[in-house]
Design a protein. Structure first.
Length: 242
């Protein structure tokens, strides 16, 4: 497998990204660094295949920038993936440009209308896939089904043999939530059969009650950021008590 890496994606790029590339190279045979060669020393140039770029997408860029700035590392990396020159493209860059670029330059999987962000969240049973983590703020019931299908596939790739799906809601009862959520519940129950457990609450994400938690991007991102904040709070409390 050949993986392209955007060395300019992320708040701490390129330094931390290059450290990650060196670490990953111990486990992945072929990594292609995409970005300005001026940031690479001779050791890195000798160790990795490099695709030079004269530009990059900053973290505060608008989504359309990835289409306008064709010489950026993100645009070039996505183009490499589209052309089949690499098997995957990894970037920690701005979500908006990366999402639009992935959809427009690479394209969508057949029958998937809304690509999404699938995030493995640590849980008492290993991990839970949270999908969508922030890409689609407003969705229709059929999109919940799309997310569930993608989440199941991702969970299997990560080692879950028979992934179970839950719909994030304000309660476990089938009647909970707004009309959109209730319609999504019916659709998931009809199409997924026994793979759909039912409604789950925010606390179930880390508990590992299900393997895949399906939600809209707004709710998913709020849940994600809340967990990040709580993790930092606990870490700070422990540090202060030592």
């Amino acid at each position: 497998m050949k993986i392209a890496l955007d060395i300019m994606g992320g708040d701490r790029a390129p330094g931390e990204i290059l450290k990650g590339a060196l670490f990953a190279s111990e486990h992945i045979e072929k990594i292609v660094l995409v970005g300005p060669k001026k940031f690479l020393n001779e050791e890195l140039k000798g160790k990795f295949e490099v695709v030079d770029s004269s530009d990059f997408i900053p973290m505060d860029a608008s989504p359309m920038d990835v289409l306008r700035r064709k010489d950026s590392s993100m645009h070039i990396g996505l183009k490499l993936l589209r052309e089949g020159k690499v098997d995957a493209f990894v970037s920690a860059g701005a979500t908006g440009p990366l999402f639009l670029g992935s959809t427009t330059i690479v394209g969508r999987v057949k029958n998937i209308e809304r690509p999404s962000l699938a995030i493995p969240i640590p849980s008492l049973k290993g991990f839970t896939i949270l999908i969508d983590g922030g890409a689609n703020l407003r969705i229709r019931p059929k999109h919940y089904l799309e997310f569930a299908i993608m989440g199941i596939a991702y969970a299997r790739i990560l080692g879950k043999e028979d992934p179970k799906v839950g719909l994030l809601n304000i309660g476990e009862e089938e009647t909970k939530g707004n009309e959109e959520i209730r319609e999504a519940y019916k659709l998931l129950k009809e199409k997924l059969k026994d793979k759909f457990v039912g409604n789950v609450e925010g606390r179930d994400i880390n508990a590992g009650t299900v393997d895949v938690v399906v939600t809209d991007g707004f709710s998913g991102n709020v849940a994600l950021k809340t967990m990040e904040g709580m993790a930092k709070l606990i870490s700070d409390i422990i540090k202060e008590s030592i």
